[in-house]
Design a protein around this ligand. Structure first.
Ligand SMILES: NC(=O)c1ccc[n+]([C@@H]2O[C@H](COP(=O)([O-])OP(=O)(O)OC[C@H]3O[C@@H](n4cnc5c(N)ncnc54)[C@H](O)[C@@H]3O)[C@@H](O)[C@H]2O)c1
Length: 254
């Protein structure tokens, strides 16, 4: 089935880097209008330029997903700019530091939960009334294989992504009868600034270990994860809700 998003209005949090940016460009190439919410004005301007070069429309807003006022403004400004919202992609997220549980700083645990869980949940809360009003639309949350498996050294991140899966499945049940589908992608290690930062300054063989843990023996490219996001948001997935689409080079089946 052809994945056309002609004139669909898509909000993407974390839409100016890594997986969110790749999804924004793929939605734009398929005819969508993009509302990008992220922290960096510079990355925002650069991503809007890239989208406009594809002949599509995009707006950037500096939004911190830990700020409820910012989120309400994000949805209101999107509706004002484009008249509606059809699709929400929650890609904003942080990894947090790598440390064993007894040494993991509480302040970082709280921060990871604030961004990855409470922020995502508030974005859904602010968007759902608009989807309910027209009884259509969908949400794609960017979870992780760490939402399905343990991730040693990253207890907060794994806890947050398990929570994203719980939110996705519960909300899917709540809104299915209103024509609203809610799904998640569960990527394994993907070559983005988040992974680059994690691997930078690591003089151990951590990179090698992570890469070798994947049966395909490589990390994903952001476009490979974006393709899964577009599938879940498309009419090709019209009977799919509450699903976690695993995009992992075979990691979870080992
Ligand atoms: N890269 C991986 O290996 C990988 C694997 C599985 C899941 N993920 C998930 O994919 C999503 C995207 O990550 P990425 O790898 O593209 O990383 P990234 O760092 O390139 O992108 C994350 C984006 O989120 C934004 N962001 C962070 N905190 C924010 C906040 N408080 N408010 C608004 N925006 C905020 C950042 O500015 C950035 O643009 C995340 O949810 C991440 O957990 C990544």
């Amino acid at each position: 089935m052809n994945q056309s998003f002609q004139d669909k209005v898509v909000i993407i949090t974390g839409g100016c880097s890594g997986i969110g940016r790749a999804a924004a460009l793929q939605f734009a190439a398929a005819g969508a209008k993009l509302f990008l919410a992220d922290l960096s004005e510079k990355a925002g301007d650069e991503t809007v330029d890239a989208i406009e070069k594809l002949g599509a429309k995009a707006t950037f807003a500096r939004i911190d997903v830990t700020d409820v006022g910012d989120i309400e403004r994000m949805v209101a400004d999107c509706v004002q700019a484009f008249g509606t919202v059809d699709i929400l992609v929650n890609s904003a997220g942080i990894l947090g530091p790598r440390a064993r549980t007894e040494k993991y700083p509480s302040v970082d645990f709280q921060q990871v939960m604030d961004v990855n869980v409470v922020g995502l949940w508030n974005c859904m809360k602010a968007t759902l009334p608009h989807l309910l009003a027209k009884k259509s639309g969908c949400i794609v949350n960017v979870a992780s294989v760490a939402g399905l498996l343990g991730f040693g050294g990253h207890v907060a991140y794994a806890a947050s992504k398990h929570a994203v899966m719980g939110i996705t499945k519960s909300a899917a049940v709540e809104y299915a009868k209103y024509g609203i589908r809610i799904n998640a992608v569960c990527p394994a290690f993907t070559q983005t600034p988040m992974m680059d930062n994690e691997l930078m300054n690591d003089d151990s063989n951590y990179f090698e270990l992570l890469q070798q843990s994947i049966p395909m023996k490589r990390f994903a490219q952001p476009d490979e994860i974006a393709a899964g996001i577009l599938y879940l948001a498309s009419d090709a997935a019209s009977f799919v809700t509450g699903h976690g689409l695993v995009l992992d080079g075979g990691l979870v089946v080992v």
